[in-house]
Design a protein around this ligand. Structure first.
Ligand code: AMP
Ligand code: GLY
Length: 417
């Protein structure tokens, strides 16, 4: 089988790594890939958002499967375009990927189908949004409707901060057109949990749970990032909690999308908060979480290709997906300054000799050497019988890798945020 993976981060590295172990996969390509992916797949210089170029490339090269990992090409309709050309692909069509592309859509879907989430209102008029804020208790959460690289969410502690957030998003268009519409919602309290779930349009099968650490500094301080590390399991998953999440959130979401004529084939990311009233949805994404999936996929025992086939062919109900009975941890090493400005091009040493699995994200090959080329540079993985073992193992690896201005959190898996 000839397979093309679309994307360039740590998530795409773990997907390529897993696919490279599949006996059926004889040729593996990645567009555009990164310095680490280049050692296991042929990297092609096409950006993930250049959907027409990807379709053309997939047609000429006669790929048997295209695996779309990031949200942008999905919401730009890459899966739809590949289907028109008769090319098999993993990832939802644009009308289902909208669960991530529009928070207003997701919130309305949850309201219509009674899926638990924070109470909210949607505004496309700045004056009305500002007026509404006057009537609400603080803290409050202001979100851009559209895709904003995980940055379009402000948790405002005071009315002044809340008003400023609305002005930044709607008036000054700080997040471009993503902020023309905003969602203003109740601030929920509780530990967060990520549940990634395979969905074939009818059946949804959750993977093992995970927990992401979004803030850039220890003790959950500093700016929000794409994620500084993750562990699995993400919480003490009692049977009662599992059943509630499946019956109140996962199944109703997949059924709601189907009922709306938007069957979802791919991975649904459920960002949840475990509130005193029970689990509630914070956000949906239309893809694997990064770095959550780097902690999850190495534990998959069932053939990844069998899972992919079951998702595409609508046969998830016939597959018993098995996981290693282990805990795991990934620690992200980032460029100093991330998520704001940072320098690139620093040589990285220790990746091959640290003795752990390393999934690369913002790296490039330059004159035969791996150099930094992005904010989140790489993540180090380890697993163990206990979470402590997995965490200690991942940090052992981190200590053996170095590059100038490297930054990482020292408390991944040890705190709730
Ligand atoms: P989102 O992009 O919607 O996942 O939001 C990013 C982060 O903001 C989440 O991971 C939460 O930590 C926080 N957040 C979002 N919505 C809420 C909410 N309604 N209440 C409390 N925290 C929230
Ligand atoms: N780690 C958060 C995300 O992938 O959206």
């Amino acid at each position: 089988m000839k397979v093309l993976v679309v994307g360039s981060g740590g998530r795409e590295h773990v997907v390529c790594w897993k696919l490279s172990q599949e006996p059926k996969v004889t040729e593996l390509y990645c567009a555009p890939g990164n310095g680490g992916i280049a050692s296991i797949a042929k990297c092609v210089d096409i950006k993930a958002t250049e959907v027409d170029k990807i379709v053309e490339f997939a047609k000429t090269e006669k790929f048997d499967l295209v695996f779309i990992a990031p949200e942008d090409p999905l919401s730009l309709g890459l899966a739809d375009k590949l289907e028109v050309e008769g090319i098999r692909c993993f990832g939802p069509k644009a009308n289902a990927a909208i669960i991530e592309a529009s928070k207003a859509f997701s919130k309305s879907l949850m309201k219509k189908y009674n899926i638990p989430t924070a109470k909210y209102e949607i505004f496309d008029d700045e004056a009305k949004a500002l007026e509404y804020l006057e009537t609400q208790p603080m803290p409050i959460v202001i979100k851009c409707d559209g895709l904003a690289l995980g940055k379009g969410v402000i948790i405002a502690q005071t009315l002044a901060e809340a008003k400023q957030a609305v002005k930044d998003m709607m008036g000054d268009q700080k997040f471009g057109s993503a902020g023309s519409t905003v969602v203003i919602e109740e601030c929920m309290v509780g530990p967060e949990l990520t549940i990634l779930s395979f969905s074939d349009g009818n059946t949804a099968v959750p993977m093992i749970s995970s927990r992401d650490h979004k803030r850039v500094f220890d003790h959950d301080e500093g700016l929000n990032t794409g994620g500084m590390g993750a562990v699995t399991p993400g919480a003490d998953m009692t049977d009662e909690l599992k059943v509630r999440i499946q019956n109140e959130i996962i199944t109703p979401t997949v059924e709601a999308l189907k009922a709306e004529g938007r069957p979802f084939k791919g991975v649904i990311y459920f960002g949840l908060m475990l509130t005193s009233e029970g689990p509630k949805v914070v956000e949906y994404n239309c893809r694997f979480g990064d770095p959550e999936v780097q902690a999850i996929l190495p534990l998959l025992e069932t053939s990844f290709m069998d899972v992919i086939d079951a998702v595409i062919d609508g046969k998830l109900d016939q597959l018993d997906i098995k996981w290693k009975d282990k805990c795991s941890c990934v620690v992200v090493m980032a460029s100093g300054g991330y998520p704001e400005s940072y320098k690139k091009g620093y040589e990285i040493s220790g990746i091959d000799t640290c003795g752990k699995l390393v999934f690369q994200a913002g790296t490039a090959l330059k004159d035969g050497k791996i150099v930094t080329n992005g904010g989140r540079v790489l993540c180090v993985y380890d697993e163990g019988d206990t979470l402590d073992e997995a965490i200690d193992g991942a940090y052992e690896g981190v200590k053996k890798i170095s590059f100038q201005d490297a930054h990482y959190r020292t408390d991944i898996g040890r705190t709730l945020g």
